[in-house]
Design a protein around this ligand. Sequence first.
Ligand code: COA
Length: 171
Amino acid sequence: MPEAKIIPLNSVDPQLVEDLLDRAFEPGRHKRTAYKVREGTDWLPALSYAALDEEDMLAGTIQCWPVALTDPKARRFPMIMVGPVAVLPQLQQQGYGKALMAACLGSIEPEAPLPQVMIGDAEYYGRFWGFTAEYTQDWSLPGPYDPARLLVRCDNPAVLPRVGTLGPWRS
Ligand SMILES: CC(C)(COP(=O)(O)OP(=O)(O)OC[C@H]1O[C@@H](n2cnc3c(N)ncnc32)[C@H](O)[C@@H]1OP(=O)(O)O)[C@@H](O)C(=O)NCCC(=O)NCCS
């Protein structure tokens, strides 16, 4: 299995990142609900990475975004939205996805980590990283989604609001 070289995403040409996302996802990816959740925010440079293959070509990317869960009393709970995680189709199943997730999650402030949310396969993100849909079933998103794919990862799930709407973080 090749060793992934992980570099900060802000050292990569943004157009190359967009091209990679076009190849990893279906056309119309911009209409996905995940894009609405983070609408108007910029990805977080300290938590966003690229993976390079053995020839130093772009193999995959991960981006994180500042979002908030707003509870019925209008209290806002800041969270980190993880994704998209994308690996070029021909390079999948070679460890790049795991290397990107490890870099990202390993960069989160260990003293006061914000909960991390994502829309993805519970099988992959649960098995390797401890994400779960268990606490998100009464949350809502600004668009259609499969509740089984709305995942959260948090040191202490007791701090998570049971009910809330996920949207962009705006200060
Ligand atoms: C999902 C994705 C990022 C995984 O990256 P990857 O580099 O292919 O995965 P890795 O090589 O790091 O991990 C491989 C392991 O994960 C498992 N795996 C990969 N994708 C999986 C999925 N969607 N569901 C369940 N398990 C999965 C493999 O079976 C393998 O397990 P093993 O180690 O027991 O053999 C990649 O397949 C991808 O870009 N997919 C298209 C875009 C997408 O759907 N992104 C996720 C939503 S944001």
